[in-house]
Design a protein around this ligand. Structure first.
Ligand SMILES: [Zn+2]
Length: 285
């Protein structure tokens, strides 16, 4: 059983509209997955206000209703309370306990995982990855094409790291597929969709979604041919409504393709169900 888990930040489900760049011209592969291989799931989790990244992602990767636990939706990087919840139990720890090999494919531009411990601001996935430091990918992994950069094409680091050469999205998909072949569970996180969603710049949103779609379309070909399971979801909506700067309360797509896809989709109604569904999958097969 091999699973590729794509976490995409800030992509909700919304009907076609002039200010919704998630459409077939811009991102055909993603739209096909949303239409034919997904269920819309709840990201608000019974708590008033707009869903936010820290609590949404922490919920996705722990199975704990974090907005309810914190009493509100928390933005950006998790504070001490949320970090405790993540460090106590999370998807990586649970998979590790089951003897599964995990890779977090996003490269950190450091020599070794322990350099991340000192960072003041850590994302949910960083906090989770540090509970199983062997999952972390480094600059060395990126230079050897054993990791991806978070922007897929490596365009955003050219000034700081000229030795990291830009690549087309299709190459990044090849890299992720090779990484996934060596692991039981591979995570790739993409957050340019959320960053761009906040910009209210429609043309920029189309560019970002198109790059992601070239990556996704290529990756899908590989995972389907190899009989891998691909799961993909988002922490909250944003980019699907470019008329609003903030997040949306729209449902997010929960996508599953490949072996056991239907059974996985049937288990998931909200972000809280994602980790339990992943664990049930590994326990059953
Ligand atoms: Zn955001």
């Amino acid at each position: 059983m091999k699973v590729v888990f794509l976490f995409i930040d800030g992509v909700g489900v919304r009907e076609p509209a002039a200010d919704n760049p998630v459409n077939r011209e811009v991102c055909p592969a993603l739209c096909d997955l949303i239409e034919n291989h997904s269920v819309p799931i709840d990201a608000c989790l019974g708590v008033d206000g707009l869903p936010q990244s820290a609590t949404g992602q922490a919920t996705m990767f722990t199975g704990v209703n974090c907005p309810a636990a914190m009493g509100r939706h928390c933005e950006g990087f998790p504070g001490p309370g949320l970090r405790n919840i993540i460090e106590e139990n999370n998807l990586f720890l649970q998979l590790k306990k089951r003897g599964k090999k995990i890779r977090f494919a996003d490269a950190y531009l450091v020599e070794a995982a322990d350099e991340l411990v000192q960072r003041r601001f850590k994302s949910v996935t960083t906090v989770m990855a540090l509970t199983a430091p062997e999952t972390v990918s480094t600059l060395g992994d990126l230079l050897a094409d054993r990791a991806l950069l978070q922007d897929i094409t490596r365009a955003t680091v050219q000034e700081r790291f000229p030795e990291v050469r830009p690549i087309p999205p299709e190459r990044a998909a090849e890299h992720l597929f090779s990484i996934a072949q060596e692991a039981d569970f591979t995570l790739f996180e993409y957050f340019q969709t959320d960053v761009t969603g906040h910009s209210m710049d429609y043309a920029r949103a189309c560019k970002v979604l198109h790059v992601y779609d070239r990556f996704l379309g290529t990756l899908l070909g590989y995972v389907r041919a190899a009989g891998m399971t691909l799961v993909m979801t988002a922490d909250h909506g944003n980019i699907e409504n470019m008329s609003e700067r903030g997040h949306t309360t729209n449902p997010v797509p929960f996508i599953a393709v490949g072996p056991h896809a239907k059974a996985i989709r049937e288990k998931v109604k909200s972000l809280q169900d994602v980790t339990p569904a992943m664990l049930a999958l590994f326990d059953a097969f």
